[in-house]
Design a protein around this ligand. Structure first.
Ligand code: HEC
Length: 185
């Protein structure tokens, strides 16, 4: 028994030392969970937020023509043109669209793909086409001077450029009034 005593004391000390060593190593090992979130993250986020780099913009809701006042719808339209729109014959507009070939390139039915943009919701779309133009002014301009603004996604120089000469003022007014009413969802 005595002859084993020193050995067993040694082994107890050795195993104690080993345990200590393991604890020290474990204590020094990188804490992966701790490293994923940098201690700098908080200040960095505050900085990013204050510089406007991190922001949740509210989803823009497209404006509707029905929500606009007449002043907003007709702003900038010359008086004589405004008069033709006020006196417009909306029913006649469908015949005019046929007579001048508009419907060869435009359709009210959004499922019908044609050379020109759909008229399905052209009234609402006209609100935001040109930031500085009211819906009625934009639609009027689109007929009398189509290349002044080319609808995004389409090509210029396709729509006839001479409707100002071939159509009567009242026919153009009828078309503008009709197009303002095309607000399908
Ligand atoms: C030969 C084809 C063609 C004919 C005919 C035509 N258009 Fe167009 N129209 C286009 C094209 C292409 C565009 C888009 C490019 C641009 O802005 O010129 C357009 C654009 C428009 C726009 C702007 C639509 C938007 O969403 O921005 C209006 C309004 C319009 N046309 C009205 C008419 C009217 C009214 C007539 C008939 C009197 C007519 N068009 C005849 C091809 C045509």
């Amino acid at each position: 028994m005595n002859s084993l005593a020193p050995y067993s004391r040694f082994s107890v000390i050795a195993s104690l030392l080993l345990t200590c060593a393991m604890l020290i190593v474990a204590g020094c090992a990188p804490n992966t969970a701790g490293e994923i979130i940098s201690p700098d993250l908080g200040p960095k986020l505050v900085l990013a937020q204050s510089s406007g780099n991190v922001s949740a913009e509210p989803t823009a809701v497209p404006p509707k023509l029905a929500e606009l006042a007449p002043d907003q719808i007709f702003a900038g339209v010359p008086d004589d043109v405004r008069q033709t729109i006020d006196n417009a014959d909306i029913v006649a507009a469908e015949t005019i669209a046929l007579q001048y070939g508009c419907i060869g390139c435009h359709a009210v039915d959004p499922a019908e793909v044609k050379t020109g943009p759909t008229w399905h919701n052209v009234g609402d779309a006209s609100i935001t086409r040109v930031a500085t133009e009211s819906p009625a002014l934009y639609l009027y301009q689109s007929i009398v001077d189509p290349n002044a603004f080319v609808t995004p996604g389409y090509q210029g120089n396709i729509m006839p450029q001479n409707f100002r000469d071939t159509m009567t003022a009242q026919e153009i007014g009828d078309m503008v009034a009709y197009l303002l009413q095309q607000n399908g969802q």
